[in-house]
Design a protein around this ligand. Structure first.
Ligand SMILES: [Zn+2]
Ligand SMILES: [Zn+2]
Length: 317
C-alpha cells in the first residue's frame, strides 16, 4: 500500500511562489488557514489518546485495501528499529546523562552565586532568547534527521537517525522509553558547552565572570531546554497519568502542547518540526521555511526529502 504523500516539497514551494500573483486576495485566508485540517489529522496520524484504534477513519472506501498496521508497536519496521538499540549505546547514554546533570547543578550554583539584580532585565531577555534558540535548534535537527540520510549510514545511521524513523511509525514508543533512552542524546550534546561554562566560573576573575554573565545565562537556558527537549517531546505523546503541572505548562503553551505536536505526526511528517516549546512552528510553516530548504537541497543535490522515512513506513504493509 502506498503511504498517502499529500504533496511534495517542490510542489509546495511552487504553490507558494504562485501565490505571489494573487497575494492581496488570498493572503489573509492563507495565513489564517489551519496547517492541517481535523480530517487530515484523523486520516494520516496515529490516535495516541485511543491506543486501541490504529486509525479512526480511512481513505476513500474504494481505495481501502487489506493492510498491516500503519503505526504502533506491531509495525514490522518499528520492531526492527527498536531492536537496533545496543548495549554500548545505552552505556554511553548513562555516562553522559550523569556528567550533564552534575555540570547543570554546578553551573546553576555559580549562576545564583554571581547573580546581580541590576542586570536582571538583560538576563531575562537572554534566558528567553536561549529558550527560542533551543526551539529553533530542535526544529532544525529534527527536520534534518527526519528528511535526509538513512539508517544504513555508518555511525550516525543506527545511533542518531534510528530513533527518528522509529518515532514516526510508532509514536507511542517514546512513552515506553525510560529517562536515559529518552534523554541520552540531548544531554550528551550540551556537555561541551556546560563544561566550558564551569571552566570559566572556576578560572576567570570576578570582572571577567560578570562580563560574560548575560551570555552564560543565554547558554545555560539554551542547554537546559536542549537537554529537556526529548522529555518535553515525550510528554507531548503522553495521554495518561501526566503530572498536573506538566499539563498546565502544555495548556499554557510554555512547553510543546499535545494537540500542537499532532500536526507534525500527520504523514508525510513535513512540518511542525520544533519540539521544545513549538513557538516557532507556525511562523516557520507560514514562511515555507522547511519546504524552501528542501526545494534548494533537492534542486542542488537531487536527493528526495523523506526517502528513507517512507521506506521504513512501508515495512508495515
Ligand atoms: Zn519527526
Ligand atoms: Zn513526536
Amino acid at each position: 500500500m502506498a503511504m498517502p504523500l499529500s504533496i511534495s516539497c517542490s510542489q509546495r514551494v511552487k504553490e507558494a511562489l504562485m501565490v505571489g500573483s494573487t497575494l492581496d486576495a488570498t493572503m489573509t485566508t492563507k495565513i489564517l488557514a489551519p496547517v492541517k485540517t481535523e480530517r487530515q489529522i484523523l486520516e494520516n496520524s496515529m490516535l495516541e489518546d485511543d491506543p486501541n484504534a490504529n486509525c479512526t477513519i480511512g481513505q476513500q472506501e474504494e481505495e481501502r485495501v487489506p493492510t498491516g498496521p500503519r503505526w504502533g508497536p506491531q509495525h514490522k519496521g518499528a520492531q526492527e528499529l527498536a531492536n537496533l538499540y545496543s548495549t554500548g549505546k545505552r552505556l554511553q547514554e548513562c555516562v553522559c546523562v550523569c556528567i550533564c546533570l552534575a555540570l547543570m547543578l554546578a553551573n546553576f550554583f555559580y549562576l545564583v552565586l554571581k547573580f546581580r539584580w541590576q542586570n536582571a532585565s538583560a538576563i531575562i531577555a537572554a534566558a528567553l532568547f536561549g529558550i527560542v534558540s533551543a526551539d529553533f535548534g530542535s526544529g532544525f535537527v529534527h527536520w534534518a534527521a527526519d528528511t535526509w540520510g538513512s539508517v544504513d549510514l555508518p555511525l550516525i545511521g543506527k545511533n542518531f537517525l534510528r530513533p527518528f524513523r522509529e518515532h514516526h511509525i510508532d509514536p507511542t514508543s517514546i512513552t515506553r522509553h525510560d529517562f536515559i533512552e529518552t534523554n541520552g542524546d540531548n544531554f550528551t550534546v550540551t556537555i561541551p558547552f556546560l563544561g566550558r561554562m564551569l571552566w570559566d566560573f572556576l578560572t576567570l576573575s570576578e570582572d571577567e565572570v560578570q562580563g560574560k554573565f548575560t551570555w552564560n545565562c543565554y547558554v545555560f537556558l539554551l542547554a537546559i531546554f536542549v537537554a529537556m527537549t526529548n522529555q518535553i517531546h515525550k510528554w507531548s505523546h503522553t495521554y495518561f497519568l501526566l503530572p498536573g503541572w506538566v499539563v498546565w505548562l502544555q495548556e499554557h503553551h510554555v512547553i510543546l502542547p499535545r494537540r500542537h505536536h499532532r500536526i507534525h505526526h500527520v504523514a508525510p511528517h513535513e512540518t511542525y518540526f520544533c519540539i521544545t516549546t513549538g513557538w516557532l512552528n507556525w511562523p516557520l510553516e507560514k514562511l515555507h521555511f522547511w519546504s524552501f530548504l528542501e526545494y534548494v537541497i533537492e534542486y542542488t543535490t537531487g536527493c528526495k526529502p523523506r526517502d528513507d522515512d517512507l521506506k521504513w513506513a512501508q515495512k508495515g504493509t
